[in-house]
Design a protein. Structure first.
Length: 260
């Protein structure tokens, strides 16, 4: 299942490039609007007069997915760090009607998955896929905790969002990916993203399991770059290990691979 994206960009928005994504976004942030009974069109109309204070890239309600800002440029939705690192930000319009919530929710998780899939970023909770609550806890530049409370009011948790986005993403993958990058932890993601941009092909990024092993999807790629962790790699038959004794040494190994 896929959904149309209606584009009605707010005029006059700034076109500021992302800082952390080599000119491309590095993930998505999931918000909710905090206004019960609102709509995508209504939120867009409101932001068209207040965007200097805050704006996001898209709104989702039970009727449509509405893109209001260019996904290739920053928005003002989650604090300076998250905005400039390069996160596309999506607002889920709120309702007390369970049926309307369900219709909006399936489009919401589909859009989050689609944005990640378009950049082959994989679904990594707290790294490529973040709630506004996670952003606030990580960078302390905002105090918002959406969409957690709103999801709970309709019987959903953040874990449900991650699982549902992952399921949608897997459905979009289709053919197996030829190249992949396996990271040891969240701190390695920016380094991996720069390597992916340099490789120039469709590259999937994976994160190790808690036990240090590679997920099955990572084992299925044709060539796997292993960033961070044990220098011995993970036993992939065609792997390139780019690791060091610490994070700085790992970055140096990747930089050498990139020819810096």
């Amino acid at each position: 299942m896929s959904y149309p994206i209606t584009v009605n960009l707010i005029p006059g928005l700034p076109k500021e490039p992302y800082d952390g994504g080599v000119g491309k976004y590095v993930g998505v942030i999931a918000h909710s609007t905090a206004n019960n009974g609102d709509s995508a069109d209504g939120e867009r109309n409101y932001e068209s007069t207040t965007w200097q204070n805050a704006f996001v890239h898209a709104f989702v309600d039970d009727q449509k997915i509405l893109q209001v800002a260019d996904f290739n440029y920053i928005c003002y939705g989650a604090g300076h760090t998250a905005n400039h690192l390069g996160y596309v930000q999506v607002e889920l319009c709120q309702t007390t009607d369970q049926a309307k919530f369900e219709k909006a929710y399936v489009q919401y998780v589909w859009l989050l998955a689609k944005l990640l899939y378009n950049r082959k970023l994989s679904v990594i909770d707290g790294v490529t896929l973040m709630s506004h609550a996670q952003v606030s806890a990580k960078w302390h530049e905002t105090t918002h905790t959406d969409p957690i409370e709103y999801l709970a009011s309709h019987g959903k948790t953040w874990a449900n969002v991650v699982a549902d986005v992952t399921e949608q993403y897997k459905g979009m993958e289709g053919n197996s990916v030829n190249e992949g990058i396996l990271i040891f932890g969240p701190d390695d993601f920016v380094t991996a993203n720069r390597l992916a941009a340099t490789l120039g092909n469709e590259v999937a990024i994976f994160m190790r399991k808690l036990d240090g092993t590679a997920p099955e999807a990572a084992r299925a790629v044709g060539h796997l770059y292993v960033i961070g962790g044990a220098a011995s790699g993970v036993g992939h038959p065609n792997e390139t290990v780019l690791s060091g004794a610490n994070w700085f040494a790992t970055v140096a190994a990747v930089a050498k691979k990139l020819g810096y």
